[in-house]
Every structure is written in structure tokens, then in C-alpha cells.
Design a protein around this ligand. Structure first.
Ligand code: PL4
Length: 400
């Protein structure tokens, strides 16, 4: 018999979001008739807007006609890669530096193949659980010890450090997952902070996996939407991004990664060339229909719709933040991100999650699911229908 991959044995618990879904089902079974409102998983709820939807429809129709039919698109449609470089990076990347994917999460998993088992990882604590769990599956970490995995450095991002890590604690020669706007805290790193990150990464031989999945939620024009706004970032960073949250493509599946040619391993080899090899070998490209939708999303009409959709969810975020603050609950985020990070000092996150579910029938995400520094916090997602969000905000009054 074949032995189990030892990395599987290292994973300590189930993945966070299915666990929340399980607790929801358990609660619903015990409370038939309860109308549960989800402010838990960050899953989009609003229909794709007409122009972008039209792009998807056209993509599907094109497949049904001999003149416009297309098969594998491999690294992605050249016009989409060009458009991404032009719209998000002022054209500074060539087509062979922009790789179209089926979403940021999928690329985060595949990117770990570049570095192999045993490459130490570091994360902001709290962080999107895929960074840690994916690293464990990829063999970057040993088993659980104390409140984290051996081989993973957890850099606390708390109110005390303004949700930006102490970079003196960043180990040398590691892979550092950094997310801005941050899931779950909603914090956005400013230019100075990102410049310090780039400088530290270059000095320490660190590669940053910069997750910008929520960049289109940034409203403060002074805040950077990409790590490549910082000089030197091409030498030390890969950026992953997605159409999921700006265009409502969570179910369509489309994203991209930028792997600059300047990025090299310790031995001087090209990371871009290896990523090209990996994608060519184990990924057959994103759906042509999704890419047609992506192209529509990036023309002037599409960009207006992205603005409209993200404005809508930010409107929800404002309602949630105002409701929480009205109850005297300290919270951050929600102004340049769709997440609100609410503090319940001295409380266990799962206990607060259960209390909110019990009293308000509102589903949240417990902060400790994002890492040890998330304990005593709960994350509220702004992805929801407006009427549901308004009702949830009213019900939160029961927490008084
Ligand atoms: C639940 C920082 C949500 N089943 O849709 P993708 O793959 O392009 O992007 C996923 C993604 C990437 N990067 C960050 C994210 O926060 C997400 C989505 N996170 C959340 O509630 O935290 C959805 C989670 C989904 C999942 O596991 O990703």
C-alpha cells in the first residue's frame, strides 16, 4: 500500500470556511425556521453587472460559431494580459510576465510548487488561512507546536502595531505572504510601509507573495493598490489578484499573477521561467468564457461597473461598522476593504461567533481561524444583499 503524504498528517484541523458552514447547518437543524444571515464567508451575492455579463455571454456565444470558436488558451488570452498590464500596472509588464489564472486561491496553491518542501514561510497574523494551510500541504512546515506550525513564522498585526508587522522579525530566505487590503483586518499598507517591506525583503532574500485580491476596494487615493508601485518590488515580489471580489466572479473563476522577469532565486535562476514551466505543465488555462468577461470588465464600461459593485459592498461595510460602533464595539476596516474586524476583549472568538449566531442569527467568522493574533476578534463580511445587511445590523442590537 502507498503511504499517506506526511504533510496531510501535519494539518491540524479542517479548513476554516467549511467548518463555519458545518456550524451553520448544525444551528439551522437545531433552530428550524431561523432566518440566518451570513456575514461570514466573503462570497459575493450581487448579480454580475450588464456590460461585464454581456462579455461572458459573448464569450459563450463565440464558442458556438465556427468563425469564433477557440480551444485551450494556455497562459491566457494575449489581449487580456495586455489589458491587465495597462489597467493595473501602467503597462510596465510584458505579456510573458502576466499569467491568467482561475483565481487567486488556486495560484497561491500552485505558486508553492516553485519553492519546494522545506522553504520556510512567514505570514501576517491574522491572515487568509490558505497561506498557512497551503504551506503545510506543500511541506513548508512541520507539525503543530504551541499555537502555530513549526516552520511558519507568524508576524502579529494588531492594533498596537497599526496592523503592520515588525519586519525585524521577518526571517531571512523565506516566502512571506502579505495581503493588502488585508483579509481579515481590513488594514491597507501605505507607501512607506510597503517600501519598508520591499527593502526588508531584498535585504533578507525574502520573496513576497503579495495578495491584492481586494485592491479595487481602496478608496483613499493615497494608498497603493499594487506592490509594484514601490521601487525594487520587481526584484522581490509576485503579485496575485482576482476578478472575484471586484467583478463578482467568485463562481466564474478568473484571476492573474504577475511574476516579473527581474525576480531571481538565490542561484540567479529565473522565477518567471519556472512559473511558466509549472503553469504549462499542470494548468491548462482559465475558461475562455471567463476571460471574455474579464476583457469586458477592463474596458471603460466594465471599470465603471467594478466601481459600482465595490461601492455597493463598501456601502454595506459602512452600515455594519456604524452598527457595531453604535454598540460600543471597537472595530477597524470597512473603509478601503469589504471586511470589518471587531474586537471582543478577553473573549474566545468561537464563543463570540456562537453568541452572535444564537442571539442574532447572524453568521460571522471567528478571528482565531485566521491565526493566533485573531483571538478575541470576529470578522464581519460586507458581501450580502442590502436588505439582509440592514436586518443583520438591526439584530446586532441584541448583543447589548
Ligand atoms: C471562501 C485574500 C474569502 N471558498 O476567488 P479567488 O480564488 O480569486 O480568491 C480567493 C481569495 C484570495 N485571496 C484572499 C481572499 O480573501 C480570498 C477569498 N477569501 C474569505 O471569506 O476570506 C472567501 C473564502 C473560499 C476560499 O477558501 O477562498
Amino acid at each position: 500500500m502507498i503511504k499517506r503524504n506526511p504533510c496531510m498528517a501535519n494539518i491540524r484541523a479542517g479548513y476554516l470556511f467549511p467548518e463555519i458552514a458545518r456550524r451553520r447547518r448544525e444551528f439551522a437543524a437545531a433552530h428550524p425556521g431561523a432566518k440566518i444571515i451570513s456575514l461570514g464567508v466573503g462570497n459575493t451575492t450581487e448579480p454580475i453587472l450588464p456590460h461585464i455579463d454581456g462579455g461572458l455571454v459573448k464569450g459563450a456565444r463565440d464558442l458556438g460559431a465556427a468563425e469564433t470558436y477557440s480551444g485551450y488558451s494556455d497562459d491566457g488570452l494575449p489581449e487580456l494580459r495586455e489589458k491587465i498590464s495597462a489597467v493595473f500596472y501602467r503597462g510596465q509588464f510584458g505579456l510573458d510576465e502576466v499569467f491568467i489564472s482561475d483565481g487567486a486561491k488556486c495560484d497561491i496553491g500552485r505558486l508553492q510548487l516553485l519553492f519546494g518542501a522545506g522553504t520556510p514561510a512567514a505570514v501576517q497574523d491574522p491572515s487568509y488561512p490558505v497561506y498557512v494551510d497551503g504551506s503545510v500541504l506543500a511541506g513548508a512546515a512541520g507539525g503543530w507546536e504551541g499555537s502555530g506550525y513549526r516552520g511558519i513564522s507568524y508576524l502579529p498585526c494588531t492594533a498596537e502595531n497599526n496592523y503592520f508587522p515588525d519586519l525585524s522579525k521577518l526571517p531571512a530566505n523565506c516566502l512571506f505572504y502579505f495581503c493588502s487590503p488585508n483579509n481579515p483586518t481590513g488594514a491597507v499598507a501605505d507607501h512607506e510601509q510597503l517600501a519598508a517591506l520591499v527593502q526588508a525583503a531584498i535585504q533578507k532574500g525574502v520573496i513576497v507573495i503579495f495578495d491584492a485580491a481586494y485592491a479595487e476596494y481602496i478608496r483613499d487615493p493615497g494608498l497603493p493598490k499594487s506592490i509594484y508601485e514601490i521601487a525594487g518590488a520587481k526584484q522581490c515580489a509576485i503579485e496575485v489578484n482576482s476578478f472575484s471580489k471586484p467583478a463578482g466572479f467568485t463562481g466564474v473563476r478568473l484571476g492573474w499573477s504577475v511574476v516579473p522577469k527581474e525576480l531571481k532565486y538565490a542561484g540567479g535562476e529565473s522565477v518567471n521561467a519556472d512559473w511558466n514551466r509549472i503553469c504549462g505543465t499542470i494548468f491548462n488555462g482559465a475558461s475562455n468564457i471567463a476571460q471574455a468577461g474579464g476583457l469586458a470588465a477592463l474596458d471603460s464600461e466594465g471599470l465603471k461597473e467594478i466601481r459600482e459593485l465595490t461601492d455597493f459592498y463598501l456601502g454595506n461595510a459602512k452600515l455594519i461598522r456604524t452598527a457595531l460602533r453604535g454598540l460600543g464595539i471597537v472595530c477597524t476596516g470597512g473603509d478601503n476593504s469589504p471586511y470589518i474586524w471587531a474586537q471582543f476583549p478577553g473573549r474566545d472568538s468561537w464563543e463570540v461567533f456562537a453568541e452572535i449566531l444564537e442571539k442574532c442569527q447572524v453568521l460571522t467568522t471567528p478571528g482565531s481561524g485566521f491565526g493566533p493574533a485573531g483571538e478575541s476578534f470576529v470578522r464581519f463580511s460586507a458581501f450580502g444583499h442590502r436588505a439582509d445587511v440592514e436586518e443583520a445590523c438591526g439584530r446586532l442590537g441584541r448583543l447589548k
